[in-house]
Design a protein. Structure first.
Length: 292
C-alpha cells in the first residue's frame, strides 16, 4: 500500500466549517503542500453529508493533484437520520451487501474511482469475519478499494478478522493522546509492532481535554506541557503531536481542524525530537504516577 502521511486530515467537521467548494479545494491543496496527503472520511460524517461536500471541492482540483490524495473512508455504522426514516435504532451493519453498497456510495459522493483504504468503523458483536472478507476481496478485485483496515478494534477483534482475510489489515484507527494513554499499556502498540502496521491516532488532543482540562489529571498534563512550551517556545499542540510521534509504532496522527495554521502547527511537530525525560514527565502527569 501507499504509506500514510505522518499526518492525516479528517473531514468529520466539514459541515461546521461552512466552506464553499472552491474553499474546500484550496484547503485540500494546502494540505498537500504541507505533505498531508492522507485524507480521512466516513460515510456517516456530517449526517452522511461530508463526503459529498468534500467531493464538490475535490472535483475542482487538477487531475494530477487529485492523484496525490490518499482517500480513506469508513463504513459500518447506521445512524438515526432523516435520510433513513425507517431506521429505529443506531446500529452496526457489516453484511456483504452493506459494505459493498457503502463503498459504492462513498465513491459517488467523493467523486473518486477508488478508495485507497476502507476501514470498518466500530467492532460489532455480530460481525462475521468470512462475510467481511468476501466483501473485501470483491471490492479489491473490482478496483474499488486498494487496502483495508479497522477502527476502534481490540487486538483480538483485529486478529479474528485478519484470520479470515487474504489481505493484510493495514491499520487500526484508535484513540491516542497525552491524556489518553491506554494504547501504550493495553497491548495496542505491541500488537501494531508485532504485525507491522501503523495505527491512526484519533483525538490526539484528547477531544479538547488537553487545552481545556476536565479533570485534575488533565490539568497536570497541561501544566507539564505549559512548562515545556515556555522553555522551547513551541505551542502546546505542536508539543502534543511531537509526544505522539515519539512512539515506536509510528502513528499517523488525525487532525480535525479546518484552519491552516493548526495544520502547520502539527507539521512543525515533525522537526521536534521530544527529549526522553520530558516525554516521561508528560506520561507521569497523565497516569498520576511514575514508572515502576
Amino acid at each position: 500500500m501507499k504509506p500514510f502521511s505522518h499526518l492525516a486530515h479528517g473531514y468529520w467537521r466539514l459541515m461546521e466549517w461552512n466552506l464553499r467548494p472552491e474553499e474546500i479545494a484550496r484547503l485540500i491543496q494546502a494540505s498537500l503542500d504541507l505533505g498531508i496527503y492522507t485524507l480521512d472520511h466516513a460515510d456517516i460524517y456530517g449526517d452522511y453529508r461530508c463526503e459529498a461536500a468534500f467531493g464538490k471541492g475535490f472535483a475542482l482540483l487538477p487531475a494530477a493533484e487529485r492523484q496525490r490524495v490518499q482517500l480513506v473512508s469508513k463504513c459500518g455504522i447506521k445512524l438515526l437520520s432523516a435520510s433513513a426514516p425507517e431506521r429505529r435504532i443506531k446500529h452496526y451493519d457489516y453484511s456483504y451487501d452493506h459494505i459493498v453498497q457503502s463503498v459504492e456510495t462513498s465513491l459517488i459522493r467523493l467523486g473518486a474511482e477508488k478508495l485507497d483504504v476502507l476501514l470498518l468503523h466500530r467492532p460489532s458483536p455480530l460481525l462475521q469475519p468470512e462475510e467481511v472478507a468476501r466483501a473485501f476481496s470483491d471490492l479489491q478485485a473490482a478496483g474499488k478499494v486498494l487496502d483495508f483496515g479497522v477502527s476502534n478494534f481490540t487486538q483480538a477483534q483485529f486478529d479474528a478478522l485478519q484470520g479470515a482475510c487474504e489481505q493484510p489489515l493495514v491499520t487500526n484507527q484508535v484513540q491516542i493522546s497525552p491524556v489518553h494513554v491506554d494504547y501504550l499499556f493495553d497491548g495496542g502498540q505491541d500488537h501494531a509492532l508485532l504485525h507491522d502496521y501503523r495505527p491512526m491516532a484519533w483525538s490526539p488532543l484528547g477531544g479538547g481535554r488537553l487545552l481545556t482540562p476536565k479533570t485534575e489529571r488533565d490539568q497536570a498534563v497541561l501544566d507539564a506541557f505549559s512548562e515545556l512550551s515556555a522553555s522551547t517556545g513551541l505551542p502546546i499542540d505542536t508539543l502534543a503531536y511531537a509526544w505522539i510521534f515519539k512512539l515506536p509504532s509510528n502513528p499517523c496522527i488525525l487532525l480535525g481542524s479546518g484552519k491552516l495554521e493548526r495544520l502547520q502547527a502539527a507539521v512543525n511537530a515533525l522537526s521536534y525530537d521530544f527529549p526522553l525525560e520530558d516525554w516521561y514527565t508528560i506520561l507521569h502527569a497523565s497516569r498520576g504516577h511514575g514508572i515502576a
